[in-house]
Design a protein around this ligand. Structure first.
Ligand code: NDP
Length: 310
């Protein structure tokens, strides 16, 4: 029995993957998108998105992802919900091993995105799911009339902190500098919020708690190493993201930050026929719209290569 060889396989169901699927489907390449067990990517845990063009009024992350996915389905992309375990990129066509079998692809677009980073301290692990979280939209409702802390100073930290003020009475923002990395609009919005108290030049030394969960936070002032305890009921980590590349087994070149390296003005990787798009490849912009843009580029480059093959 001959094995089916797909023209374009896309790994990753976020804005990059969905956009690649839309473009590849419209180029009649009949793409297959393997979207993992939690389709939609990071935007599924985002609240309102005000900076994705085309929506006069804010749209939620899940709504935007459902629209993109639906559009990809409508134009003819195939979907598979499965986890990619490993890939063999040693020769074309490539072999992609999933938890339920194998897929063979003439071209591959890696759009697996990035996952939230953790501090890596023991107490964080100990209280995971019992007061420690990396998703305010998922867990914020448990902190009605309580006090919480958000760790980080980027857009995610600001967004999470602002969202948490809808539930909590007070939100500490623990940041290791006294200047936010977040965009100005987000930083201004955060600092104007009376329920938010920034704790500058500080890092988490220890998460404190008992059998019931988190009760406090020991923070260290990095200027003089002094520590102080804050009473909090929950801690939300928002310290950035790690590109999802483990399944590649070192077959694609990565940057020191762990992103897949692509050629200038291209999504082509060091392996001919493999393209990378979105947060897994982009360590600079990391926006839904730039992920969609590189997803589009990847599909165009993949379908051009297929034409050259013929
Ligand atoms: P970022 O990398 O932008 O920010 C991470 C923050 O965590 C930084 O303030 C960093 O501090 C801090 N940090 C990192 N490691 C540690 C550590 N070990 N201990 C303490 N603090 C630490 O990540 P984000 O997730 O915030 O954002 C990722 C991208 O997504 C960005 O491009 C952002 O603009 C975008 N985004 C956009 C949104 C929107 O427009 N609505 C919403 C959310 C994200 P330092 O600043 O000192 O390095």
């Amino acid at each position: 029995m001959s094995e089916e060889v797909r023209n374009v396989v896309i790994i990753g169901g976020g804005p990059a993957g969905y956009t690649a699927a839309i473009y590849a489907a419209r180029a009649a390449a009949k793409p297959l998108l393997i979207e993992g067990w939690e389709p939609g990517g990071q935007l599924m845990t985002t609240t309102e998105i005000e900076n994705f063009p085309g929506f006069e009024n804010a749209i939620t992350g899940p709504e935007l992802m459902n629209q993109m996915r639906g559009q990809a389905v409508r134009v003819g992309a195939d979907f598979m919900t499965d986890a990619v375990e490993s890939v063999d990129l040693s020769q074309r066509p490539f072999r992609i091993k999933t938890s339920s079998g194998e897929v063979i692809a003439k071209t591959l677009i890696v759009a697996t995105g990035a996952k939230a980073k953790w501090l890596g301290i023991d107490s964080e692990q100990k209280f995971m799911g019992r007061g420690v979280s990396a998703c305010a939209t998922c867990d914020g409702c448990f902190y009605r009339e309580k006090v919480v802390a958000v760790v980080g100073g980027g857009d995610t930290a600001c967004e999470e902190a602002i969202y948490l003020t809808n539930h909590a009475t007070k939100v500490y923002l623990i940041h290791r500098r006294d200047e936010l990395r977040a965009s100005k609009i987000m930083a201004d919005r955060l600092l104007a919020n009376k329920k938010v108290e920034p704790v500058w030049f500080s890092v988490v030394d220890e998460i404190l708690g008992d059998d019931a969960g988190v009760t406090g936070l020991r923070v260290k002032d990095i200027r003089d190493d002094s520590t102080k305890d804050l009473q909090v009921d929950g801690v939300f980590m928002a310290i950035g993201h790690k590109p999802m590349t483990d399944f590649l087994g070192g077959q694609l070149e990565l940057s020191p930050a762990g992103n897949i390296i692509t050629r200038p003005d291209s999504t082509a990787t060091n392996v001919k026929g493999v393209f990378a798009a979105g947060d897994v490849q982009d360590e600079v912009f990391r926006q839904a719209i730039t992920a969609a843009g590189t997803g589009c580029m990847a599909a165009i480059e993949a379908t051009r290569l297929l034409e050259e093959d013929d």
